[in-house]
Design a protein around this ligand. Sequence first.
Ligand code: GLU
Length: 290
Amino acid sequence: MSPAGRFAPSPSADLHIGNVRTAVLAWLFARSSRRRFLMRVEDLDDRSSHDVAARQLRDLAAVGLDWDADPEYQTAHRDRYDAVIADLVDRGLTYECFCSRRDIAQAPRAPHAPEGAYPGTCRDLTAAQRAERRAEGRPPALRLRSQTTEFTVTDLLHGTYTGVVDDMVLRRGDGVPAYNLAVVVDDAAAGVDQVVRGDDLLPSSPRQAYLGSLLGHPQPVYAHVPLVLNAEGRRLAKRDGAVTVGEIGAPRAMAQIAASLGFSATTPEGMLAEFDPARLPRAPWTFVPR
Ligand code: GLU
């Protein structure tokens, strides 16, 4: 399969200009390295909406992006995730977890345990303890029995980055495959070897790369790009005003994105001719809607 980059929106809200800027960068990284560019709708979460997904794809097309295959929808990949989970179960690399969020927040933590890592409460339950918890009625989540506590990735913008790997959830208690699992499985299945996305996801990349290594996948090339902030320095959000392509208009949105990246061209093709990853701004862009 020929190598590919991708953009993977979650269809829970319309894309704002920051999301579109990330999509443009993902397209530029893929096209400038002669990769295919793919679109994947991450609709496993029940906040996902078909209408929102359709508007996201329409907005991305409106700013001039194109992709090389029909968009994939994660909800169509349940068999694929189930097969991978079954393989990890067979290899003894999983365990059932009965913890609620509250249990996890309140669990005692080893002195140097990293923030946000699962404390391992259910890792060594006996069969009898599991049966007891199951009888209480809470359907268990399935976690990875991780063999490490950290993993290192290489990122085109951040260099070498080492981050936490914990016993991440593979399948939630409600049966929905977890984000980290779905991303890794889908990227590998589609031949994605370049992952360009917002740098809020940089801390997830060691977990994902580690899971990928257990599944025999080479580490993708990562580029975690700066987010777009509002006037208060917080992550841009819908409530900040006119921030979507629909509200700003595609040509104006692209003019602003181009200016923020130092391009004189305002079309994707024009930007491609000027694109130099080494010269990308490293700082977040502050966007003030007018
Ligand atoms: N669906 C995720 C988001 O919209 C992105 C996942 C990814 O690019 O790996 O934040």
